[in-house]
Design a protein around this ligand. Structure first.
Ligand SMILES: [Zn+2]
Ligand SMILES: [Zn+2]
Length: 393
């Protein structure tokens, strides 16, 4: 009888060691040579063969643990990248290079490597049905790493996929608990860019100009009516304009103005509808004010919609292997986004939340310069992933 819970607990020191090594050397987006080298070093030290490296923009890795019994292939995905934030945690292993693991992706790598350490033991490996594929993905923060990993074959031969995000993302859970939710879990995200053009003139003679600043003001107000008046109030969605660039001086009517923002929602229908309305409203307002407008969209990421069967299986496996106090249903999705949804375009998948808070003043939001992960509970994430890999079929 393999006791995953006890094994994972006894490997918490290992998870902490790996996490601290990565935390002290954060790397950004696709540029992850050190992180990749740690992943490969550890996988090789476990005797794991079939390591595919240097993919996904240069430093992505995937590796297979082949089980002793027939079955399907389950992928488990960890992201690896940090953020361009100057760390202010004061931790002894704090980063010194101006970048920071302020989202917990260092802990994700540590938990997946710990899971691999459990699964790659000969007595465990022979009990695995099918194959477990470990995916170490770059560039989750810019939300463009998953698509490149998929393009480079990370899902070839994969039947299902799971992933997990640690940290302080949902309120109400205790450290070490795994949050699960069937269906909508994380939002889609689409970035938009509205470029307005008009005609400049002296600020004292606005009638001789076509003013893109007043145009922008109208558009900003009217776009919010898409949220408040055109989509059901029971359907969560967000439209945020985060940046305006326009004008040159107080006495010149602005010839050009640019608005940049994003939309978040939980269905392709709503996403498509909002995109269409952003174009219609922006172009309509610009035209009505004698100006011109060009709308562009980028970083279009679908929502994370969790497969019911896989999600409930994880709940049951945690209840069975770790204890029912470790599984917690999450009541509402988050408007945060995740490029894990790029994988679930291809195969069914489920994404989970690993709570690693302290329950005191040390808990900071993600992407904060004082964000910290409670290392004492890394083992529960590794245990849930390993137990799932062993028992899901
Ligand atoms: Zn993040
Ligand atoms: Zn993250």
């Amino acid at each position: 009888m393999i006791n995953i819970k006890e094994q994972a607990k006894s490997l918490n020191d290992y998870a902490v060691k790996i996490r601290r090594e990565l935390h002290a050397h954060p790397e950004i987006a696709f540029d992850l040579p050190f992180t990749e080298s740690v992943v490969i070093r550890e996988l090789e030290s476990m005797g794991i063969k079939n390591i595919v490296k240097g993919i996904g923009g240069g430093h992505g890795v995937y590796a297979d643990i082949k089980g002793g019994k027939p079955g399907q292939c389950l992928a488990i995905r960890s992201d690896m990248d940090a953020l361009p934030i100057k760390e202010e945690t004061g931790l002894e292993f704090a980063s010194q290079n101006g970048c920071m693991h302020a989202c917990g992706h260092d802990a994700h790598v540590a938990m997946l490597l710990t899971c691999a350490k459990i699964l790659s033991q000969p007595e465990v490996q022979k009990e695995i049905c099918g194959t477990v594929r470990l995916i170490f993905q770059p560039s989750e923060e810019p939300a463009n790493g998953a698509a490149v990993m998929v393009k480079d074959g990370a899902l070839n031969g994969v039947d299902k996929i799971i992933g997990m995000h640690t940290g302080n993302l949902w309120a109400g859970l205790k450290a070490g608990q795994i949050g699960w939710r069937v269906g909508a879990f994380m939002a889609s995200t689409t970035t938009f860019d509205i470029a307005l053009s008009g005609k400049s003139a002296h600020g004292a003679t606005p009638h001789l100009a076509v003013d893109t600043i007043t145009m922008a003001a109208q558009i900003i107000n009217q776009l919010q009516t898409v949220i408040s008046r055109e989509i059901s109030p029971f359907d969560p969605k967000v439209l945020t304009i985060g940046r305006i660039d326009g004008g040159t001086a107080h006495n010149i009517v602005a010839e050009a103005c640019r608005l940049r923002g994003m939309i978040r929602c939980f269905s392709k229908e709503n996403s498509d509808f909002m995109k269409q309305r952003i174009i219609e409203i922006s172009e309509g307002v610009a035209k009505s004010m004698r100006g011109e407008c060009k709308v562009e969209f980028s970083s279009d990421l679908p929502p994370v919609i969790n497969d019911k069967d896989l999600t409930l299986k994880m709940r049951d496996i945690i209840n069975e292997e770790l204890g029912s106090e470790f599984a917690c249903e999450i009541a509402t999705p988050t408007t945060g986004a995740e490029d894990f949804s790029e994988y679930t375009k291809t195969v069914p998948g489920a994404f989970f939340y690993h709570c690693s808070t302290f329950g005191d003043g040390r808990d900071m939001p993600h992407h904060n310069s004082r964000f910290m992960v409670n290392e004492e509970v890394l083992w529960t994430g590794a245990a849930a992933l390993a137990a799932f890999a062993l028992h899901w079929q």
